[in-house]
Design a protein around this ligand. Structure first.
Ligand SMILES: Nc1ncnc2c1ncn2[C@@H]1O[C@H](COP(=O)(O)OP(=O)(O)O)[C@@H](O)[C@H]1O
Ligand SMILES: [Mg+2]
Length: 623
């Protein structure tokens, strides 16, 4: 039996049998077929190589039979040479065809992986922020990796496995029967002796394989949680190195133990396979030998039939598990489709127009908002396990109405949890309002294209994110074609240019995750430079200076002042001093605007704003 066939049948054994009874959604097969269309030429050639391969497998024993019976025994030297040569040529052809088959199958397989990955990535990018707040990144990435690979196996291994195994089984069985039905029957009687232990091994292996996935995942989770800055810090400050070591050792030991069990079962499978095949061969030689003595069988036939026998069991085992193979691949496809079918919550309207406005007039009219429920935004299978949160968030915003005139500054203040950040996320449509309307220049923002809307809006939040890349790349992220002069101007306005030039690598300094560590103030000023490059006509600052000490804050404030000139600005402020000069201040409490006016008007009113103001002044004096 060829190594490939053995491996194929072995792989089938380790697959999870439970998929066998799963029901596929209607239409899945049709959809899969669509993915195959671009590869129909490769696929045809691939299947041709598979078929030729199956025929070549039986050709060799038959030629050898002729070589013995018509060449060796009647002492026909010329025929022996010719046939030996033919067997050699077939061996080389077999190698070439299997190479060609591999080439076609990897073209199809890798092409399909590429197609699926590209589609999933593009689709996931379209999802609203809500999706990412619910989804476990690891689970999502595994869809992009393992399920995509599982799906491509439907096309390559499984398809070729089924076709080539079925074909060789039929060809081998027919040939064997025509050569000697007696030997073939006896060999088939031995088959259950072989299939029974493999079924047993298979069942055991599935259990172990599943367990090994689980404990491997536990071990990796243990590492990923600790091998990052925050985790390592927690372990250093609070952890007990010995306990950490022991915990890890327990997990690693389990992985090792299960590895041994799997290796042993693996061996048992191969031993069962080879010894039964050997016994069958012995039986075939025994019976065949007697038949040959009685001249009921030629020597050549005896040799051919024993050679074919070895090619009978492999395909048989593989086919006995074929349902599982096919279903595993199809289920992977379905899991990929599940992600592709997830509708983004925020999408462009059919007749959406582009927003082009240098003087946007932003208006909220009776805007109410509930955060979407889990099942509306995500796939249960991608969420963190055991978090069945079905209740709605409650009404976060209640009938919010205000107008931010072009070029004016609107300040929003209020206690934590009042809904300030929620207001800021509704403007660039990270979420859509539950009721009411947000409009710009009199047009509902849902009637603008998302791209153009977001292009007009610049946001700086408390902790701005930088990609792990150079400062230059991070800045150009906001405007890909920005010239160095533009970048310098933006950085100067953001009060960050001197700092950048003081770095040994200047704009080429790598920042973000594992790069140069920027201080909070530096990062915020860099984020402001990024915002300035974008030249948005609406600016939203959500507590952009909340994490900064007073010295840094002063710098960032100066940078911001410049950023806001002439733009319609919404500034959510932690420190009231930042918005004292605002054209209007909205005081938000529990999702409602409870007071509004200028700083002076609100102080005079002696309401919530005044309380907050007093408290901060008092703190200021205490510091
Ligand atoms: N993604 C979310 N899903 C559900 N509820 C949320 C989400 N984000 C915020 N909330 C809730 O909405 C309310 C307002 O939050 P937020 O707008 O962040 O307040 P603020 O910025 O004023 O501190 C809070 O009660 C918060 O718990
Ligand atoms: Mg907030």
């Amino acid at each position: 039996m060829s190594m490939h066939a053995t491996w194929m049948s072995f792989r089938s054994l380790t697959q999870d049998q439970s998929v066998k009874n799963q029901k596929l959604k209607p239409g899945t097969l049709k959809r899969i077929a669509k993915f195959a269309i671009p590869y129909k030429v490769s696929l045809t050639f691939f299947l041709i190589t598979v078929v030729i391969d199956a025929f070549l497998i039986i050709a060799t024993p038959l030629l050898l039979r002729k070589l013995i019976d018509d060449g060796v025994i009647p002492k026909n030297a010329e025929l022996v040479t010719k046939l030996a040569f033919a067997v050699g040529v077939i061996a080389v052809m077999d190698a070439l065809f299997s190479m060609a088959g591999r080439w076609f199958s990897s073209r199809i397989g890798e092409g399909l992986i590429y197609d699926l990955r590209k589609q999933i990535f593009e689709h996931v990018q379209k999802q609203s922020i809500a999706f990412f707040t619910r989804t476990q990144t690891g689970a999502l990435i595994s869809r992009l990796n393992s399920d995509v690979i599982g799906a491509q196996q439907a096309f390559t291994s499984t398809l070729s496995g089924v076709i080539s195994n079925l074909l060789s089984l039929i060809l081998v069985a027919i040939t064997m029967f025509t050569l000697s039905w007696q030997i073939t029957l006896v060999s088939l009687v031995l088959l259950p002796v072989f299939l029974l232990p493999t079924k047993w091994v298979g069942r055991k292996l599935q259990g172990y394989t599943r367990q090994s996935f689980d404990i491997n995942a536990q071990m990796s989770a243990n590492m990923t949680e600790r091998f990052n800055v925050s985790g390592a810090l927690l372990v250093s400050l609070y952890g007990d190195p010995k306990k950490e070591k022991d915990d890890f050792a327990v997990k690693a030991r389990k992985v090792a133990d299960i590895g041994i069990s799997i290796a042993m079962l693996n061996r048992i499978f191969f031993i069962a396979l080879t010894s039964i095949a050997a016994v069958a061969t012995a039986v075939a030689y025994g019976i065949g030998g007697h038949l040959a003595i009685n001249s009921e069988l030629t020597v050549g036939t005896l040799l051919a039939i024993t050679a074919l026998l070895a090619r009978l069991y492999g395909p048989l085992t593989a086919l006995s598990n074929v349902r599982v193979d096919v279903m595993s691949a199809l289920v992977s496809f379905e899991r990929v489709f599940e992600v592709l079918d997830l509708q983004p919550m925020v999408i462009d309207a059919k007749a959406a127009k582009d927003l082009v406005s240098l003087k946007p007039d932003l208006k909220f009219e009776d805007v109410s908002f509930f955060y979407p429920k889990a099942e509306e935004i995500s796939l249960a299978s991608l969420e963190i396990a055991a978090k069945p949160e079905m209740v709605s968030s409650g009404q976060v915003l209640k009938k919010i109405s205000f107008t931010a005139a072009p070029g004016t500054l609107t300040g929003i203040v209020g206690p934590s949890g009042a809904g300030k950040s929620t207001i800021s996320s509704l403007i660039p449509r990270l979420y859509d309002v539950s009721s009411g309307v947000i409009s710009i220049n009199g047009v509902d923002i849902r009637d603008y294209t998302i791209k153009s809307l977001r292009h007009c809006i610049g946001v700086v939040t408390q902790d701005s994110h930088m990609f792990h890349d150079t400062i230059l790349v991070n800045l150009r992220y906001a405007k890909s074609g920005a010239t160095l002069a533009e970048i310098e101007a933006a950085c100067r306005s953001a009060r960050i240019w001197d700092f950048i030039t003081s770095l040994p690598n200047g704009l080429d300094t790598v920042v973000g995750e594992r790069g140069h560590r920027l201080s909070g103030g530096e990062k915020q000023r860099l984020a402001i430079a990024r915002l300035l490059l974008k030249q948005p006509s609406i600016v939203i600052l959500d507590e952009a200076t909340a994490h900064l000490d007073s010295e840094n804050e002063a710098m960032v404030q100066a940078a911001l002042k410049e950023a806001l000139i002439g733009r319609t600005s919404i500034v959510i402020a932690h420190r009231l001093s930042t918005i004292a000069a605002a054209d209007q201040i909205l005081v938000l409490d529990k999702g409602e605007i409870v007071e509004r006016g200028t700083h002076d008007q609100l102080v005079e009113k002696r309401g919530l704003y005044f309380d907050l103001f007093e408290r901060q002044n008092l703190q200021g004096e205490l510091i």
